[in-house]
Write a protein that binds this ligand. Sequence first.
Ligand SMILES: Cc1cc2nc3c(=O)[nH]c(=O)nc-3n(C[C@H](O)[C@H](O)[C@H](O)COP(=O)(O)O)c2cc1C
Length: 219
Amino acid sequence: MSTFESSAAEPRCTGVDASMEPSVAWAQEWIARRQTVLPKRLAAPGPDEDQRLALLRAAAAAPDHGQLVPWRFIDIPLTAREALGDVFAQALRERDANATQEQLQQAHEKARRAPLLWLLVVNGDPQLGAEPVPWRERLLSAGCAVQNVLLLATAMGYGSALTSGKALDATCLRRAFALHANEVPVCFVNIGSVVQARPVRARPEPERIFSVWTPPAVS
Ligand SMILES: Cc1cc2nc3c(=O)[nH]c(=O)nc-3n(C[C@H](O)[C@H](O)[C@H](O)COP(=O)(O)O)c2cc1C
């Protein structure tokens, strides 16, 4: 029996009622179906207002040590995409004074793609909250929030992608989004209707991502 199977004598999954099993299968199905769909393959329609609220509520269900709420999303509506394109082009100019017009144009176009575009920002302010919560936990909380958003978007029938890029390190981007000194822009969340579906990539087998700890011998 592998570590991932259970015998009849053991509970199959602590806290899960047998009558819930169809929902377990449903959850597994949507988790497995989530895959990156690049923004160039995402088109309108994107999530409507109710769906956007539901996505934010899913994000808010993420584990959050000390209830710091150490992350937030900033929406970039379609009317602001031209301005974001300008920021991307400026960011490229900041790091490469010799960037060609074509490269600047490509950087600019990246802002236009997905119908829903959110910037994820994580707060590293040491004063935040009653107890100190390290950066790694804040970042992990943000990762959980994003995954909740991606999974719910998948269940809603949308495609999604996280995008990053060097523009996130640019001073002009920090200024454009009026980020506080301790805030770090982590990635963009892109959601929309899938124009061209692709097969889900092979996932790592459980054995590759799991081991059982053997305590060191006591001397
Ligand atoms: C924080 C983060 C940022 C990412 N940024 C980019 C990006 O800028 N461009 C890109 O092509 N893929 C980006 N990816 C997507 C990964 O390349 C993608 O998840 C990977 O190809 C695995 O595919 P899957 O999500 O379908 O499993 C990013 C992923 C993460 C987690």
